[in-house]
Design a protein around this ligand. Structure first.
Ligand code: ATP
Length: 249
């Protein structure tokens, strides 16, 4: 039997949906230390549902999720956070009137063994300069950094990052994804859901492509980039929603 690096998080055979709609079928992913796994797919393909099933805000109808060896399939979202799941939600979900420092303090109080606030302020120097400022007055890129810092301060074992490029200029997205790279390199696996395939593939180690709730491609960023370009050439459509004016990975 071959030995595999132990997964920090492993989801197997996940089905999930809303009412009568099944939005995700047979989803599986293994997140291992040091690696960014990107989850690609067009609008509505099921990326957020997959993150929701792992994060605990969408109840899986089938399958199992193990985090650090514990079965968390039926745990609530807040219990998963305390068990080591870091979540950076789509649209950041910050409190506009609350300051940067207050966001970080609140997040660190939720867990028993978080990082000192200073750890993340060192990691995100721009946030130190803005510590007393309310989140609503930050730029889009700074808000995304705060959303990431808020998860990182909880010392997560694994980080879910949903659509960080949303509404940001490409240059800023690059710096956000570079941050994800640093987090992964420091040992924490990252699951990155992203519509912008060309950007995500540049920073990821592994890639999955979802179409209508099913994983249709899985492999290295180089292979997936090539497959997606072939699909675009033959089907004449951009199945991942990536920007055609940006060079592929
Ligand atoms: P996006 O980039 O738009 O977030 P996505 O790949 O994350 O897309 P999901 O948000 O997971 O896709 O949506 C998958 C499917 O589930 C879509 O058909 C969507 O319309 C449906 N869906 C998502 N959220 C809900 C909900 N709260 N209630 C009903 N249907 C939903």
């Amino acid at each position: 039997m071959t030995t595999m690096t132990e997964a920090v998080l492993e989801a197997v055979d996940i089905d999930a949906g809303y009412g009568g709609t099944i939005a995700l079928r047979g989803f599986a992913v293994r997140l291992v230390p040091g690696r960014i796994t990107c989850l690609l797919g067009a609008n509505g393909a099921g990326k957020t549902t997959a993150l929701g099933a792992i994060g605990g805000w969408v109840r899986p109808r089938a399958g199992s999720i193990r985090l650090r060896g514990q079965d968390v399939t039926n745990r609530r979202a807040d219990a998963r956070v305390r068990a080591g799941l870091g979540v950076v939600p789509e649209g950041r979900q910050l409190f506009p009137d609350m300051s940067v420092a207050e966001h970080l303090q609140l997040a660190s109080r939720v867990v028993d063994n978080g990082h000192p606030i200073d750890y993340v302020l060192q990691m995100f120097p721009v946030l130190r300069d803005r510590a007393g400022q309310s989140a609503g007055t930050l730029s889009g890129g700074e808000q995304q950094m705060l959303a990431i810092a808020r998860a990182v301060v909880q010392r997560p074992a694994v980080l879910l990052l949903d659509e960080p490029s949303l509404g940001l200029a490409p240059l800023i997205v690059g710096s956000v994804l570079h941050t994800a790279r640093r987090i992964a390199d420091a040992g924490t696996p990252v699951l990155l859901a992203e519509q912008n395939a060309s950007l995500a593939l540049r920073w990821a180690d592994d890639a999955l492509v979802l179409e209508n709730g099913r994983v249709v491609l899985r492999g290295s960023p180089t292979d997936i980039g090539r497959d997606l370009r072939l699909r675009e050439a033959y089907l004449g459509s951009d199945s991942t929603g990536s920007d055609s004016d940006r060079s592929p990975a």
